[in-house]
Design a protein around this ligand. Structure first.
Ligand SMILES: NC(=O)c1ccc[n+]([C@@H]2O[C@H](COP(=O)([O-])OP(=O)(O)OC[C@H]3O[C@@H](n4cnc5c(N)ncnc54)[C@H](OP(=O)(O)O)[C@@H]3O)[C@@H](O)[C@H]2O)c1
Length: 361
C-alpha cells in the first residue's frame, strides 16, 4: 500500500518529484484532477493512481485516507491549498507543499491548532522555495540571537541568458498571482509592507559571482519570520540590471495593470505557451546560490553562503528525503521547514555546500 500521495503529479515539478521518488525506492500514490494525464505517467513509473478534483471534498478525503502523508504539488496554491489541508485534517494525513506564496503560508499556519489536535504536521514550502533559504537563515540567526535585521538574497534564475528557459508555467503563474495580490513586499517591525517595484536594488557577492538584485516577495518574508522571529526582513532576487531598471520605470503602472483579471488571464495564456520549464541539461548543470546576513542593534553581523543544485532539481531531490523525515518523525502542527527539519537538513540534499566566508581571490 502506498505511504504517501503526490497530488499534482502531472505538472512539470510533480513529474520530476515522482521520478525522483521512484529512483529512491518510494511508491507514492499519484494523484491529480485529470485521469487522462495521470494514467500514462503512472503506467510508465508502475505506480497506483487516483483522479480526484479538489472541489470534491468527500472524494478527496477518501483518497487521502489511503495514505499517511500528502505532498501537494498543484499550484497556484492560493487556488488549491485550502481544499487539500482540509482533506488532510479530515483524513489524518500529514500535509507538505511546495508553495512560495505568502498568503498561502499565512493560511496554512491558521490551521496550526487544528493540526495539533488531529496529530498531523503541516509543512508548507518544502521545495527550493524555501528549504535552502530557511535552513541558511536559521544557521546565521542561531549565531546572533538578538538579531533584528535579516537579508536573504538568491541567484536562482540566471542573469545573463534568457530567463524563459529557467522557470515553468506553474511557477510563473504563481508569481503573477502573488505580485498582483501583494506587489513587492518586505517585513518591517513585524509587519508586511509594500515597496515600489525596483526599489532598493543592490549588488551581492554569491559563490556564483557578483550580481545585481532587487527586493521581491520571497517566501522567507513569512517563513523566515516564523523560523527566527526577526521582525525586519528583505528578500532579494538577482535580475539583469536592464530588467531592474525596467521594473523601476514601469513599476507604478505594472502594479495597477496586474489588478486587472482580464490582463492576468491574457498573461496566463502567454505564459502557458512560452514557458515549459528548464530542460534536463539545465537541471543537471544549473546552480543556485544564496546569501543570508543577520544584524543586531549593535551593528554586529553574521553571514553565510549556500550553493545548491538548480531549483527544480533541488526540489525533486529534496522531496523523498523530506517525506522520509516526516513519516519517521513525530511532528505536529504547522511548522516551517527549518524548524521541522533543522538548519543542516539542506546539506543532505545532493549538490549542496555551505560556506562561512568566500575565498578571497
Ligand atoms: N517551492 C518551490 O521551489 C517550487 C518548485 C517548483 C514548483 N513550485 C510551485 O509548484 C506549482 C506547480 O508548478 P509546476 O512547475 O509543476 O507547474 P505546472 O507544470 O503548470 O503544473 C501545475 C500542476 O498543478 C495542477 N493544478 C493546477 N490547478 C489545479 C486545480 N485547481 N486542481 C487540481 N490540480 C491543479 C495541474 O493539473 P493539470 O495538469 O490537470 O492542469 C498540474 O498538475 C507552482 O505553484 C509552482 O510555483 C514551487
Amino acid at each position: 500500500m502506498p505511504d504517501w500521495m503526490l497530488y499534482g503529479a502531472t505538472g512539470y515539478t510533480g513529474a520530476l518529484v515522482a521520478e525522483e521518488a521512484v529512483q529512491r525506492g518510494h511508491r507514492p500514490l499519484l494523484a491529480g484532477r485529470s485521469a487522462e494525464k495521470l494514467r500514462p505517467l503512472a503506467e510508465r513509473l508502475g505506480l497506483e493512481w487516483v483522479a480526484v478534483a479538489l472541489d470534491d471534498a468527500e472524494g478527496l478525503a477518501q483518497a487521502v485516507s489511503r495514505v499517511r502523508l500528502v505532498y501537494h504539488a498543484a499550484g497556484p496554491f492560493v487556488q488549491t491549498s485550502a481544499a487539500m489541508v482540509r482533506a488532510c485534517l479530515k483524513a489524518g494525513a500529514h500535509y507538505l507543499d511546495i508553495t512560495g506564496e505568502i498568503p498561502v503560508y499565512q493560511q496554512v499556519f491558521g490551521y496550526d491548532e487544528a493540526a495539533r489536535e488531529r496529530g498531523i504536521a503541516l509543512i508548507p514550502g518544502v521545495g527550493f522555495d524555501v528549504i535552502p533559504s530557511d535552513c541558511l537563515l536559521k544557521y546565521v540567526a542561531d549565531q546572533l540571537p538578538d538579531a533584528d535585521q535579516l537579508i536573504v538574497a538568491l541567484d536562482a534564475l540566471g542573469t545573463s541568458e534568457r530567463m524563459t528557459g529557467r522557470i515553468s508555467a506553474g511557477t510563473a503563474n504563481s508569481m503573477l498571482e502573488l505580485l498582483a495580490q501583494m506587489g513587492i513586499a518586505a517585513r518591517r517591525d513585524g509587519n508586511l509592507t509594500t515597496l515600489p517595484f525596483g526599489y532598493g536594488a543592490r549588488r551581492f557577492t554569491f559563490t556564483t559571482g557578483q550580481k545585481a538584485a532587487m527586493p521581491i516577495p520571497w517566501g522567507d518574508l513569512e517563513i523566515g519570520w516564523r523560523t527566527t522571529g526577526i521582525p525586519n526582513i528583505t528578500t532579494f532576487l538577482t535580475f539583469p540590471p536592464s530588467a531592474i531598471e525596467l521594473f523601476r520605470v514601469t513599476g507604478p503602472l505594472l502594479r495597477g495593470l496586474l489588478q486587472s483579471s482580464g490582463l492576468r488571464g491574457f498573461l496566463r495564456g502567454q505564459i502557458s505557451r512560452m514557458l515549459s520549464g528548464p530542460d534536463e541539461g539545465h537541471r543537471q548543470t544549473g546552480r543556485s546560490a544564496l546569501y543570508a546576513q543577520v544584524r543586531n542593534p549593535q551593528e554586529e553581523t553574521r553571514q553565510a553562503w549556500l550553493e545548491t543544485a538548480e531549483g527544480y532539481q533541488f526540489t525533486a531531490l529534496a522531496a523523498p528525503l523530506v517525506v522520509e523525515r516526516v513519516l519517521d518523525g513525530n511532528l505536529r502542527g504547522a511548522i516551517t521547514p527549518a524548524l521541522a527539519l533543522g538548519a543542516d537538513f539542506v546539506l543532505s540534499i545532493p549538490g549542496t555546500r555551505r560556506l562561512d566566508s568566500l575565498p578571497t581571490d
